[in-house]
Design a protein around this ligand. Structure first.
Ligand code: NAD
Length: 296
């Protein structure tokens, strides 16, 4: 049994931390929100009064925080110099590549081993321990982190050096955002051309237009396997989070000098959708904006 400090017990962390406790680890949890902390304690984690207290004597520190500024602040003010140097530091938040690299460089400078390990999979995968982790960092850090990540996920993949996990995550989600936008457009056009949507699904999901957005996450209610579209676009992956990831991808593309017109278009579409109040809806609800006459 290891001592694991878990910081950030929101939608994702609140599901992940109890899976480490179930695996037999002593999980010392902390969140600024009392409600989130109490929920984790009910589910087998131990209450810490602060991040400083949680990381004291820890074998591993796991963070699941909203954005780069929170990650930088938590590590610089509450983990470095407070956690033992032997602790493996694992940031699972989705943040910008530059901050991930900077914080990992500082960790290394102070004698720590740190990895970035963002996830694919939403709240249900966090609860069910079926996340996919993409890990950036050295081989030794990857091996150390894997032992903990395996208890929270179905796949743990080494993406490369520091920041590579974040790079893989935003490239994947840029592809997902653009493919979902294109899938929504295709269904709207198919409808306007008089095609039966189930028939179009049956054809395209077996033809060259097939993608995960169509086959596994169809934005049309009643077509394909059950998806958030069948639940009024509730649950699933919030459009606001898709927009966050697309913005991170655009920022990274600009810094890297990469030409990403489809990603840019997807970012503009999701920005308009969020501005119209769709931020809390599943991201496949974009189809409603693409065709305002959509009857759902
Ligand atoms: P969330 O806002 O629900 O949870 C974040 C938690 O961090 C909150 O409970 C907040 O109180 C806590 N927090 C913030 N600053 C803190 C600090 N200084 N000390 C302690 N706690 C602090 O967010 P979430 O949906 O759980 O997402 C977490 C991360 O995972 C994000 O980076 C997000 O992009 C990523 N992600 C989310 C999903 C999803 O479906 N929700 C999927 C994949 C990845």
């Amino acid at each position: 049994m290891a001592r694991v400090a878990f910081i950030g017990l929101g939608h994702m962390g609140g599901g992940m931390a109890p899976n480490l406790a179930k695996a037999g680890h002593e999980v010392r949890a902390f969140d600024l929100s009392e409600e989130a902390l109490a929920h984790a304690v009910e589910r087998g984690c131990k209450r810490a009064k602060s991040t400083d207290e949680a990381v004291e004597d820890a074998d591993a520190v796991v963070t699941m925080l909203p954005a780069g500024k929170h990650v930088a602040e938590v590590y610089r003010s509450h983990v470095f110099g407070k956690a033992p140097k032997s602790a493996i530091l694992i940031d699972c938040s989705t943040i910008d590549v530059a901050t991930a690299k900077a914080v990992e460089e500082e960790a290394q400078g102070q004698g720590y081993t740190m990895v970035d390990a963002p996830v694919s999979g939403g709240i249900a995968a966090a609860e069910g321990g079926t996340l996919t982790f993409m890990v950036g960092g050295g081989e030794q850090g990857f091996q150390q982190a894997r032992e903990y990540l395996e208890k929270m996920g179905k796949a743990v993949i080494h993406a490369g050096e520091a920041g590579s996990g974040q790079a893989a995550k935003i490239c994947n989600n840029m592809l997902l955002g653009a493919s979902m936008a294109a899938t929504c457009e295709a269904f709207v056009l198919a409808q306007k051309l008089g095609l039966d949507l189930q028939t179009f699904y049956d054809i395209s999901s077996k033809a060259s237009g097939q993608s995960w957005s169509m086959t596994s996450y169809c934005p049309v209610p009643g077509v394909g396997p059950e998806t958030p579209a069948d639940r009024g676009y509730e649950g699933g992956f919030a459009a606001a989070l898709m927009l966050k990831d697309l913005k991170l991808a655009m920022e990274a593309a600009q810094k890297a000098g990469a030409y990403t017109p489809m990603g840019g278009e997807a970012a503009d579409l999701f920005q308009r959708f969020v501005d119209r109040g769709g931020g809390n809806k599943d991201f496949s609800a974009l189809i409603k904006m693409i065709d305002d006459s959509w009857k759902t």
